[in-house]
Structure formats: structure tokens, C-alpha cells
Design a protein around this ligand. Structure first.
Ligand code: GLN
Length: 456
């Protein structure tokens, strides 16, 4: 913990952390020492990590990357945090992210940007940018993140690390500041599938405080990851595993460097015994408009609670109540958050609901059905995480639609609620890392981790 706190301090300019608490971390580390000295066993006792600042924490402030929540101290811990704390992990602090998890580059953080440690002129991806940077720069061995439309898989890919987003409902959303509740899901960043499995086993599981939490017994993802497949051999651990390649995930517009790194990863999976099969996800392109209707719609509703009364910021001077709401929200929210609240309110409004929101919901169902069709022919689906490697800082800043379009490969899986991973498979343009996206059917985290582990 001491060593990593020093690394965190030395790497301040990377912008990974919004808040670091050395005293708290050292106290927790001493508690962990005492537990170990008392003979307690537990793989995570004393393991330093850090949490995305979208998880509320009792011991440290939580901002969700927004001025709206500057200085906010939650009276309770998010379930994910509570479970990792109980397992003995030592949180060093809270990690930078796009405001309310809206973004793909961590440039929408109301505080400061996070820089990609591979090339500081580039973005680390987002919205869980700080979570990816902290692991990629060796500041902590693992971090938590959230993925609504790609916010774990894409920054993991851009930063050359491993990330997993489980099936919707596997991790509790209790205490995770809501962006789009039907999509939000917690997950992990680490240097390997092995570490991801360890953390995920601890974080996940039924929680009665989240109405969409899945009622399944606690999972041992490490054991699932290591369990040999039927017919597997030492040289071919993935024998019999069918990996589907949706043709829509390899469009002409996919940049050549990403394509070749992804193909190299697929060739590696073949060597390990997997068979590649062609599949189709015909509504892939529609995932973008569908997501950018549903996510803002839910956000506009979720963010109505930030009104200057219940939480966080309140304007200093105002006339009447309405004026107070307006000034508070005008001051507290950044441009991207305001844009999404406006889009969301519009698509939910009388007269437009049927034309936009309802249509989007129908298409969402069809996108999920397309995956079930594809999974008739394969066990996992593979493709790129993003069309390019990490772009330069500032490049997407003035063109939100351009950034939305880059989410094309992560949004379909999110809309369907499927588990997904990003596994590093090579380097592309500028020596920047490229991740392979693996998607599984519901509750197939074990198969995902197994394939990722074999690849590593
Ligand atoms: N880039 C997507 C967005 O801006 C996804 C964000 C996320 O998964 N939190 O909404």
C-alpha cells in the first residue's frame, strides 16, 4: 500500500484519481495485516485497489465526475464496495470518470482529463478512464468500473488491460450512481482474466437492495475460468469452443491496424483449439440510435434528483424555487450531461414517446433476439471493441456524434444485457494497444474468462 501510494503521488499528472486518502488506506492496510497475522485466509486481504467515483463510499467523497456532487459524502457504501471492503481490499481512493459516466474519453470529467499512459497525448477511453489508467500505469493491480454502453470494455482496450462487464444484474447497482438503470452494470479492470475473476466473484451476487439483481447463488468465477472443457487438451484448451464472428463487426470502415490485431487474436484462439464461425448481427448499426435514445431517456429521469434540494450543489443566489432549480442545474451539470437530459426529455415527451422511445424499445428487443440467433451457432462472439485505437486528446471534444458512432461494437451487447470482455491482443497505430472484444450469452462469464485466460 505504501509503495503504491507513492506511485499514485508520482503519477498525479495522469489524472487517474479524483481523490486519494493515504491515511485511510494505511489504516485499512494495517487492519489487513492484523487479519493475516490472526491466520485469516483470503486472496484479497490487503490487496490495494481503487473505485470508480460513480460508486458511493462512506469513507471518501463521491462526485460521479460532476461539479453537482462536489464534496458529497454518502452515508453508506455501494454493495460492490461493501463486499470488496469485507474481503479485505484496501481502497487507495476514487477514480476519475466522465461526468455521470457519459462519455468515451474521460474528457467529460468536470475536474480534469485522464491521460493514456501509453501516450499522454491520447485519451484513455471512457467513461471509466481513471479506472483503466490506474491499472495500465501500475498504480493499483485492479479497479472497479461501470459499463452502460462500453465504459469498461473500451477503456480496457484503449489502455491495454483486461476488463470484464458481467451479465446485467450479476453485480448489484445499489450505491452505483445511476446513469441508465436498465443498462448500468459494474465490473472490473485488471492485468489478467485471473485477477478479474477473483474480484468479480467477490463483488457479484444477489442483493435485495437492487430490484434487478439476479437471484443466483454466489459464483466462483475463478473455478469456472479454470475448469477444463470437455475434450480439451493441454495444447488445445479451447477445443470445441465455437467463436462467432459477426460480419457487421468487421465493416470496411474498421481501421486496418485494429483489424489486423483482432485477426491475430482470433488466429491465436484457433491455435488454442477454438473454431471460428461466421454469424450475423444484422441490427448492429441500429444499436447507436437505439442506445442514444434509451440511455438519455433514462438519464433524464435519473438525474432529476439533482435539483439543489436533495443532493450536492445548490446555486448561491436565486429568486424563487423554479429559479433555484434552473440555476443549480445550469451551474452543476456539464455540457454533455445537459445535452443528454435534453435529448432524453424530448424523446419521452408527449407526442414523441411513440415515435422515438417506444420504437427504440422494440428495436432493443430485436437486437437481443439477434444475439440469441447467433448463439445458436457459437458459444462466444468476438470482434473489435472500437473501430480505432485511442484517439488524441481533444479530437472528439467538439463532435459528440463522432464519439457516439465509435461505440458501435460495444452498444449491441449492452442493449442485450450480455457479459463482455476486452482482452489485449496487439498494438495498432502509434504503438497503441488493441483489445479483442469477447461477448458471451447470459451468465456465461465463466466461458468468457476461460477463453481470455487461455489467450493470456
Ligand atoms: N460511451 C457511452 C456513452 O457515452 C458509454 C458510456 C458508459 O458505458 N458509461 O454513453
Amino acid at each position: 500500500t505504501q509503495h503504491l501510494l507513492a506511485r499514485v503521488a508520482a503519477a498525479k499528472d495522469l489524472g487517474a484519481f479524483l481523490h486519494v486518502d493515504p491515511d485511510y488506506a494505511l489504516t485499512r492496510a494495517r487492519d489487513a495485516d492484523a487479519r493475516l497475522a490472526a491466520g485469516e485466509a483470503g486472496a484479497l486481504i490487503g490487496v490495494p485497489l481503487a473505485h470508480k467515483d460513480i460508486f458511493v463510499t462512506r469513507d471518501m467523497p463521491t462526485t460521479a465526475g460532476s461539479k453537482m456532487l462536489a464534496g458529497y459524502l454518502s452515508p453508506f457504501d455501494a454493495t460492490v464496495v461493501e463486499r470488496l471492503n469485507a474481503a479485505g481490499t484496501v481502497s487507495l481512493g476514487k477514480l476519475n470518470c466522465d461526468e455521470f459516466a457519459m462519455g468515451s474519453a474521460n474528457e467529460n470529467s468536470a475536474y480534469f482529463k485522464a491521460l493514456n499512459p501509453w501516450d499522454r497525448t491520447r485519451v484513455p477511453g471512457g467513461s471509466s478512464g481513471g479506472s483503466a489508467v490506474a491499472v495500465a500505469a501500475g498504480l493499483v493491480p485492479a479497479t472497479t468500473g461501470t459499463d452502460t454502453g462500453g465504459s469498461i470494455r473500451q477503456p480496457a482496450s484503449f489502455s491495454g488491460i483486461t476488463g470484464i462487464k458481467p451479465t446485467y444484474g450479476v453485480c448489484s447497482r445499489y450505491g452505483m450512481i445511476a446513469f441508465a438503470s436498465s443498462l448500468d452494470q459494474a465490473g472490473v479492470f485488471a492485468r489478467s482474466a485471473e485477477d478479474c475473476a477473483l474480484l468479480l466473484s467477490t463483488m457479484s451476487g444477489f442483493d435485495e437492495r437492487d430490484a434487478t439483481s439476479v437471484q443466483q447463488p454466489p459464483q466462483d468465477f475463478s473455478a469456472q475460468m479454470l475448469a477444463p472443457r470437455d475434450g480439451a487438451t493441454a495444447a488445445q484448451p479451447l477445443k470445441g469452443l465455437r467463436i462467432g464472428l459477426p460480419k457487421e463487426f468487421f465493416p470496411a470502415a474498421l481501421s486496418a491496424d485494429v483489424n489486423s490485431a483482432v485477426r491475430a487474436g482470433l488466429a491465436e484462439l484457433e491455435k488454442l483449439g477454438a473454431t471460428l464461425v461466421d454469424v450475423s448481427l444484422p441490427r448492429t448499426e441500429l444499436a447507436i440510435p437505439v442506445y442514444y435514445i434509451i440511455a438519455p431517456a433514462e438519464a433524464s429521469s435519473n438525474l432529476s434528483r439533482f435539483d439543489g434540494v436533495k443532493f450536492g450543489h445548490r446555486a448561491k443566489t436565486y429568486g424563487n424555487l423554479i429559479d433555484m432549480y434552473e440555476k443549480t442545474r445550469a451551474e452543476g451539470f456539464g455540457a454533455e450531461v445537459k445535452r443528454r437530459i435534453m435529448i432524453g426529455s424530448y424523446v419521452l415527451s408527449h407526442g414523441y414517446y411513440d415515435a422515438y422511445y417506444l420504437q427504440a424499445q422494440k428495436l432493443r428487443r430485436m437486437i437481443a433476439d439477434d444475439f440469441q440467433q447467433a448463439f445458436q451457432h457459437c458459444d462466444l462472439i468476438a470482434g473489435p471493441v472500437a473501430p480505432t485505437v485511442a484517439w488524441k486528446q481533444g479530437e472528439g471534444a467538439d463532435d459528440p456524434v463522432k464519439a457516439y458512432l465509435a461505440d458501435i461494437f460495444t452498444l449491441p451487447g449492452s442493449l442485450a444485457g450480455l457479459p463482455g470482455m476486452s482482452v489485449p491482443v496487439g498494438l495498432g497505430e502509434g504503438g497503441m494497444p488493441v483489445g479483442l472484444q469477447l461477448l458471451g450469452n447470459y451468465f456465461k462469464e465463466g466461458t468468457l474468462l476461460h477463453a481470455a485466460h487461455a489467450l493470456q
